[in-house]
Write a protein that binds this ligand. Structure first.
Ligand SMILES: Nc1cc(N)c2c(=O)[nH][nH]c(=O)c2c1
Length: 372
């Protein structure tokens, strides 16, 4: 039996939204769930106890970054990523493929894997399905992602078909490389671009490998919203209902609502932490760009409906002052708020599904949030 299993608790009667639970060796995860990104073994500007206190059940870390620095062998010697970063709940690691592919000219794709030069010191490396699994095994994460190619957008049909078929061959190699692992569950990744028949082909090929969970890749790569939603309208249903479904790289409130409404269980995105460091907050009334002059003498909280540490203790005026003064505390407080906002949003979505009022909740949120 896989170390990661999925339990369906309730389906919404008026949409494909579903309430579930993912069981992992480091605890159960109530779904739908948003996963904060901890790229280099830290959720930037946050202590792990703060991330835990706000209710984060699982975080994501990046294989590419940890392989290059400090190196997966050092993390293995430290006792694994949980011990190294003092996080005792679940961890998902990505395969490193997405970062390597985004290196552009600094990489060369072959059937073996991807040759690339480190963005840190220019040194040459080869990341292959086997190497990605070796690194993720050393990190000791609960959920490990298959080494895949995320086709760019736009991409012609021939390229997308060849790419998804190579991704399936790489997935088989990942499964073989991970076969002796008892505690780390390998998730496959569906590709296929914006082509329905290729999405179906990719899904059938990866589901045939009977893995503990599946991700939808190749979206949130610059395509228009309506195209993403159109692809999600059909491709989520290509995945088995008794396994977790994970939409990669998605994390703004509207995308989360639209993904949950279509049956997605898990999400990750750097957006909340990245925009926080750039001075933007997600609130129930829409985004707040804290450096705007309008906030100079605004002594009210960021969000009247938020009970996070930042909203309970600080005003927009103070947060604007910190940001304009380039104070480290600005990133800390805005990151704390943005993660709390999304984690709380997912908790409210779970409650709405339990009470069979998900679409009503979505309408209420959209009416208050205004323009996305
Ligand atoms: N938007 C996306 C974000 C991601 N981190 C990934 C990924 O890690 N793998 N494959 C993907 O297709 C992908 C898409």
């Amino acid at each position: 039996m896989a170390a990661v299993t999925y339990e369906l608790i309730k389906k919404d009667s008026k949409s494909k939204a579903r309430r579930g639970r993912v069981h992992t060796p480091h605890g159960s995860i109530e779904t739908p769930v948003f996963m904060p990104v901890g790229t280099a073994a830290t959720v930037k500007a946050m202590r792990p106890d703060e991330v835990k206190e706000m209710g984060a059940q699982i975080i994501l870390s990046n294989t590419y970054h940890l392989y290059l620095r400090p190196g997966h062998e050092i993390v293995r010697e430290a006792g694994g990523l949980h011990k190294f970063m003092n996080w005792d709940r679940a961890i998902l690691t990505d395969s490193g493929g997405f970062q390597v592919f985004s290196l552009g000219d600094l990489r060369k794709i072959t059937e073996e894997g991807v040759e690339f030069r480190s963005h840190i010191d220019g040194s040459k490396h080869m990341l292959s399905p086997e190497k990605s699994i070796e690194v993720q095994n050393a990190l000791g994460s609960d959920i490990i992602m298959a080494f895949d190619e995320c086709a760019p957008y736009p991409a012609d049909r021939g390229y997308v078909k060849n790419s998804l078929e190579r991704t399936t061959r790489w997935l088989k190699r990942c499964k073989e490389a991970n076969k002796n692992e008892d505690f780390q569950s390998l998730f496959g990744i569906m590709q296929g671009g914006m082509y329905q028949d290729l999405r179906y082909q990719s899904a059938m090929e990866i589901v045939d490998l009977d893995l503990p969970g599946y991700a939808i890749g190749g979206l949130s790569v610059g395509e228009p919203k309506d195209i993403m939603y159109e692809v999600l309208d059909y491709c989520v249903d290509y995945l088995p209902a008794d396994k977790p479904r994970y939409l990669m790289g998605v994390g703004s409130p509207d995308y989360l609502f639209e993904g949950v409404e279509r049956g997605v269980d898990m999400f990750d995105c750097v957006l909340p932490t990245r925009i926080a460091r750039n001075g933007t907050a997600m609130t129930s009334r829409g985004r707040v760009v804290i450096k705007n002059a309008a906030h100079e003498r605004d002594f009210t909280a960021l969000d009247p409906e938020c009970d996070c540490y930042t909203c309970r203790n600080y005003s927009k005026a103070y947060l604007r002052h910190l940001f304009k003064s380039n104070e480290i505390l600005s990133s800390m407080l805005l990151t704390n708020h943005n993660l709390h906002f999304l984690i709380n949003l997912m908790s409210n979505m779970r409650k709405a599904i339990e009470e069979d009022r998900f679409l009503e909740f979505k309408r209420e949120f959209y009416n208050k949030y205004g323009k996305f």
